[in-house]
Design a protein. Structure first.
Length: 286
């Protein structure tokens, strides 16, 4: 076998070749290859990178190498920073870059290094996520941003760079379901929408908490009128049970919304009869 190459056998009996090298006492796998020559080339190229400081993370041309970009980033980071990380992460002083692809590079705070060292960054449908305990968790949820929130509408990037995911660069405009912030006559207000047969505009509210509670109340009313959809609801951790109950009773839902529900569902009962309203009243009395 050529240097750095080991022959292996698949379950079906077919032969393939693995490439490995040792650097600073660590045994590093470079991947599996169909031919002995490709495995040997991967070994030589990885060795060249580790021994040649002229090849840097800023000038490396990933396409010129047999090992994939993830392995090359790992090697460069190990060489330059002395830390071996399996995921394609390169460390800087106060942040790190995650090379999802050679051209798609995300910047994170150094505080997130432990998490992303052990969780592989993935992308589907334009959304970043990781597999965590068997569940797909969106990366943006780490910033308090809801699933399926939209950039530019629900959150902003302070420096206009969508690849900069450091905490200081994320501005969460709409942290609650069904709430959208906008400016009206120079004043900030919060529009509430519920999606039944398309987005229906409940109304505009002056306070964010009030809008979040209004959305929850609109959801309860939709269920009362016979809508069976499983809506997400807002959790307001800053409010005690009694405070939430009072806010729930105080928030006003326009009559037009009730008429809309009656029209599409053909059912009507007094809003005060809804169990959620009764629970809110009970919480206040306690």
């Amino acid at each position: 076998m050529l240097p750095g190459v080991f022959q292996a056998k698949k379950k079906d009996g077919s032969i393939y070749f693995r490439s490995t090298l040792t650097y600073h006492g660590r045994h590093i796998s470079l991947g599996s290859f169909e031919t002995e020559q490709d495995a040997h080339t991967a070994y030589l190229q990885a060795k060249h990178i580790l021994e040649n400081p002229d090849v840097t993370i800023s000038n490396v041309i990933f396409q010129d190498y047999v090992p994939n970009h993830e392995k090359l980033v790992t090697l460069l980071n190990f060489r330059d920073n002395g830390i071996y990380i399996k995921n394609p992460i390169y460390l800087f002083r106060s942040y790190f870059n995650y090379y999802l692809t050679p051209d798609e590079i995300y910047k994170f705070d150094i505080d997130d290094l432990f998490y992303f060292s052990g969780h592989k960054l993935l992308k589907r449908g334009g959304r970043l996520y990781v597999n965590d305990y068997g569940m797909q968790v969106t990366v943006m949820s780490r910033y308090g941003i809801r699933n399926f929130a939209s950039a530019g509408k629900d959150y902003l990037f302070a420096n206009q760079d969508p690849y900069d995911l450091r905490y200081e660069n994320i501005i969460n405009i709409n942290p609650f379901h069904g709430v959208r912030q906008r400016s009206r006559n120079g004043m900030v207000c919060y529009d509430v929408y519920i999606h039944i047969k398309g987005d229906y505009h409940i109304g505009a509210y002056q306070k964010l908490q009030e809008a979040a509670v209004a959305y929850n109340k609109a959801v309860d009313l939709a269920h009362q009128y016979g809508v069976t959809k499983n809506f997400p609801t807002n959790y307001l951790a800053e409010l005690s049970s009694a405070e939430y109950g009072q806010a729930y009773l105080d928030v006003e839902i326009p009559v037009k919304y009730l008429k809309y529900l009656k029209k599409i569902c053909g059912y009507y009962s007094q809003p005060s009869e809804h169990p959620a309203v009764q629970v809110a009243a009970k919480l206040i009395q306690e």
